[in-house]
Ligand binder design. Structure first.
Ligand SMILES: [Fe+2]
Length: 369
């Protein structure tokens, strides 16, 4: 038995940003975005189609932390009247920040308390969100959770609530055409990780696996071409579609071991999320081969019948993109790596992983190039 559910209405296509007026429908809206010139231009187009924003919050930084989010919530609460809908324009950090603001209509302290001890859910608000991703990778536009970082305490939380599904995901690959090479790679690898992690996952089901297989196959096929042709709209459309499929896949499974390993690496070493959650994928894949017929079948649809060779091909794919699969290149020594793997296996996401501790120790402990 299995269930698949995703309530987000997806509007997809080059030029689809112009639909924003139909989605806002005359409601007052708060725009959450980055304080960078490219986003001023897109915000201007949104204002033409949907009217001016009642409030703009543009203090978002990568990996939104408690301090930044407290400031965002204060700005939102201070608006009179409070906007009816939030439009999140940006990458994963913006959409995750929007989810916190949507919950923090009574101030950030309520969100913080809920994150820290699970209490006070009735004090959280649920403002509708329209998500407009400007990268192809996060998947946050179709999931019901967002990452929140307590940088001072060295902790990463996931704010997870059903009401955090955006009402709409407006995905316009034209907005992604100018994305620089490194961001294109890191975000696409995040999507690749979402797809593979939803396959070697205790929560996997035939629908999530179908999305994941499609997404991973596309990303492996076209990312090498895209990085040498960043302005190619057709390739941007394909990678955005693949990232959307990956998002739909892991919206029902959440992530697994590679993501669990990645969070302390991002916190301690500053490694961008897309690299931190993908450099270990070949090792994780080697460790999971043979663990489950269903998982093996899903991986074979992507990598062909010889899965060990497929893991080698995945490693080659990463290395050819300039992504090292050696932990030392991320500043991680043997002791930290052992500790990371141990805690990752018992962490919330690690428990989604279908592989065994023994095989993980064998494959991740040994793999080094
Ligand atoms: Fe991710």
């Amino acid at each position: 038995m299995w269930t698949f559910e995703n309530p987000v209405r997806i509007s997809f296509g080059a030029g689809s940003l112009d639909m924003i007026g139909e989605l806002v429908r005359g409601r007052s809206y708060c725009l959450i975005t980055y304080n960078e010139p490219i986003f001023f231009d897109i915000s201007g187009r949104i204002a033409v189609a949907a009217g001016p924003a009642a409030l703009t919050i543009d203090n978002v930084i990568p990996n939104p932390d408690f301090d930044m989010l407290a400031e965002s919530c204060t700005l939102f609460v201070g608006a009179q009247p409070v906007p009816e809908v939030i439009v999140a324009l940006g990458g994963g950090s913006v959409i995750d920040a929007a989810k916190v603001v949507a919950s923090g209509g009574n101030g950030f302290d309520a969100v913080k308390r809920y994150l820290e001890d699970g209490s006070g859910e009735d004090t959280l608000t649920s403002i509708p969100i329209i998500a407009i991703p400007t990268t192809a990778g996060t998947g946050s536009e179709v999931t019901s959770w967002g990452s929140v970082w307590d940088t001072d305490a060295g902790r990463k939380y996931s704010l997870s609530r059903r009401s955090l599904y955006a009402t709409d995901a407006l995905i316009d690959p034209e907005l992604m055409v100018g994305m620089p090479r490194e961001l294109t790679i890191s975000t696409a690898l995040d999507a690749l990780s979402h797809s593979l992690e939803s396959i070697w996952n205790v929560n996997g089901n035939p629908v999530s696996t179908n999305y994941a297989v499609n997404a991973a196959t596309e990303i492996l096929d076209i990312l090498p071409e895209l990085v040498d042709d960043l302005g190619n709209l057709d390739l941007r459309v394909r990678i955005a579609r693949a990232a959307t499929f990956a998002g739909l896949a892991f919206s029902n499974t959440k992530t697994a071991l590679a993501h669990s390993i990645s969070y302390p690496i991002t916190l301690r070493h500053g490694t961008p999320h897309g690299f931190a959650c993908s450099f270990s994928l070949p090792m994780v894949m080697r460790s999971v081969i043979g663990a489950s017929d269903t998982c093996d079948a899903g991986l074979r649809r992507i990598f062909g019948s010889d899965l060990p060779a497929g893991a080698d091909r995945l490693e080659e794919f990463l290395v050819n993109l300039g992504v090292s699969v050696d932990k030392a290149d991320y500043g991680i020594d043997d002791g930290e790596w052992r500790e990371l793997i141990k805690s990752a296996m018992t962490g919330e996401r690690g428990r989604n992983f279908i592989g065994s501790q023994e095989r993980v120790t064998e494959c991740l402990g040994a793999a080094k190039r």
